[in-house]
Design a protein. Structure first.
Length: 403
C-alpha cells in the first residue's frame, strides 16, 4: 500500500519536473546550511580547544605596549621598549602563584644555508619556553641554560624552516647564518601549526634570548613575557599581580600602562564567540531557506490539487475516502521534501569538508546534522502538505466531475 502511494507520488511529481525542482530548492539550501552550521560549530570548537592546549597550560601573556584582542587574535596597537628580562625575573619572585616565566624577543631576519636563503622569524627566549608552550624538539635537543648564559650561537629550527633550508637532510650539527652570523643547529621542533595569536610556530628559529638581544638584534628590552600560573583558578590573581608589579617597576602609577596583560583564556573565549556568531548566522540562513522551501512545497501542492480535481473526483467516485486522498497528498509533499533533504544532506557533507579543508581543521562529518536535516525536511513536508491535502480531501466527487 505504502509503496504504491510513493510510486504514485513520484509519478505525479515527475510529471512537473521543473516545478518540483524549484519547490525543493529552499529545502535543499536549508538542510545544507543546517548541516554546515553543525559542522562549523563542532569544528571551530575542536580547533579552539586544540589551540588552547597548544598555547600551554594556565598561560598569561605580558606584551610590551598596547595589545587588543579581536576575533580571538592579539593585535599590537602600540609598541614600547620598557619591558625587560629583569621584569620577568621579578614576576617569578614577586608575584604569588607564578610557576615559571619565559621572556621573548622576536623579529624577522634573513637566514642562509649555502645558497639557500629564507626569511623567517627569529625567536629569542629561554629553555623554559618549551614547558610553557608545550612545544618540544622532535629531533636533537633544545639549548641549555649554560648556552643562554654564554650567549652561544646555537639554534633550534621550526619544522617548516628545517624543510626549507635542509629538505630531507638532518640539520642537527649543521651550520646556518642568521644576519650573516654563524649558528650551529642543535635541534628541530615538532610540527605545531598556527597558534591562537595567528603566528606560524613552524616558521621560526629559536635561539637563546641573550644571543638574540645582544648579538642579533642589539636591543635591551623584550617584546613579551610568557607566564604560567600554578593553577587555572590562580590566573586572574596572577594577571592582577603582574599589572601591579609592572606599574610599580615602571613607575607609571596614575598614568596609562605601557604593557598589556592577556590571559589566554580571554583570547580563547573571544575566538569561540566569533565562531558562535558565524554559526548563528548560518543557522539564520538555514531557517529562512527552510521557510522559503516550505512555502515552495505548499505552492506546488496547491497547484497540484487544482490541476488534479477531476482525478480526485474519479477516485472519490470509485470509493476512495477523504482520508485516503488526504494521505496521498501528504505522501507527495513528504516525498518532495525528503528528496530535497537528501540532496541537502549530500551538499552539506561536501561543503563541510571543503570548509574544514580551507580552515585547516580536522574534518567533522555532521552525521548528527544529517539526521536532523532528514527529520526537519520530513516535518517541513508534513506541515507544508497539510493544508493542500486537507483541501483535496474536502472536494466533493460530483462537483469535481462536473469541472
Amino acid at each position: 500500500m505504502m509503496v504504491a502511494l510513493v510510486r504514485t507520488a513520484l509519478g505525479a511529481l515527475l510529471a512537473q519536473k521543473r516545478r518540483s525542482l524549484l519547490a525543493t530548492t529552499g529545502v535543499v539550501i536549508g538542510v545544507c546550511a543546517l548541516m554546515v552550521m553543525i559542522s562549523v560549530g563542532e569544528g571551530a570548537k575542536r580547533k579552539v580547544l586544540k589551540e588552547f592546549e597548544s598555547m600551554g597550560r594556565n598561560l598569561v601573556v605580558v606584551s610590551a605596549g598596547k595589545v587588543s584582542i579581536r576575533g580571538g587574535r592579539m593585535i599590537q596597537r602600540e609598541t614600547a621598549t620598557t619591558l625587560t628580562q629583569d621584569d620577568a625575573w621579578a614576576m617569578r619572585e614577586g608575584v604569588p602563584d607564578v610557576a615559571v616565566v619565559a621572556p621573548v624577543y622576536d623579529g624577522f631576519a634573513m637566514v642562509e644555508r649555502g645558497r639557500v636563503v629564507v626569511r623567517t622569524r627569529i625567536t629569542g627566549t629561554t629553555p623554559r619556553y618549551t614547558g610553557i608552550r608545550n612545544f618540544y624538539p622532535s629531533l636533537g635537543r633544545f639549548f641549555t641554560w649554560e648556552e643562554l648564559k654564554g650567549r652561544m650561537r646555537v639554534a633550534v629550527l621550526g619544522y617548516q624552516v628545517a624543510q626549507r633550508l635542509f629538505g630531507s637532510l638532518n640539520p642537527v650539527g649543521q651550520e646556518i647564518r642568521v644576519r650573516r652570523i654563524p649558528f650551529k643547529v642543535v635541534g628541530v621542533m615538532e610540527p605545531k601549526g598556527v597558534d591562537a595569536s595567528g603566528e606560524d610556530q613552524d616558521d621560526q628559529i629559536i635561539i637563546p634570548i641573550t644571543t638574540a638581544t645582544i648579538r642579533v638584534f642589539h636591543v635591551t628590552y623584550v617584546k613579551a613575557i610568557l607566564v604560567e600560573a600554578r593553577t587555572e583558578e590562580a590566573i586572574p590573581r596572577v594577571a592582577q599581580g603582574i599589572a601591579l608589579l609592572l606599574r610599580k617597576r615602571h613607575r607609571i602609577e596614575g598614568r596609562a600602562d605601557d604593557f598589556t596583560v592577556s590571559p589566554m583564556e580571554e583570547v580563547m573565549k573571544q575566538k569561540a564567540q566569533a565562531a558562535s556568531i558565524f554559526a548563528v548566522l548560518v543557522a539564520a540562513v538555514a531557517a529562512i531557506s527552510l521557510v522559503v522551501g516550505a512555502i515552495g512545497v505548499l505552492a506546488v501542492m496547491l497547484l497540484s490539487v487544482r490541476e488534479r480535481i477531476q482525478e480526485i473526483g474519479i477516485r472519490r467516485a470509485v470509493g476512495a475516502t477523504g482520508g485516503a486522498v488526504l494521505f496521498q497528498f501528504l505522501v507527495e509533499s513528504l516525498v518532495l521534501s525528503v528528496a530535497g533533504g537528501g540532496v541537502g544532506v549530500f551538499l552539506g557533507v561536501f561543503f563541510s569538508l571543503v570548509i574544514a579543508l580551507l580552515a585547516r581543521w580536522q574534518p567533522v562529518l555532521p552525521f548528527k546534522g544529517a539526521a536532523v536535516g532528514v527529520v526537519v525536511s520530513m516535518i517541513t513536508g508534513i506541515l507544508s502538505g497539510l493544508y493542500p491535502a486537507y483541501k483535496a480531501s474536502r472536494i466533493h466527487p460530483i462537483q469535481a466531475l462536473r469541472l
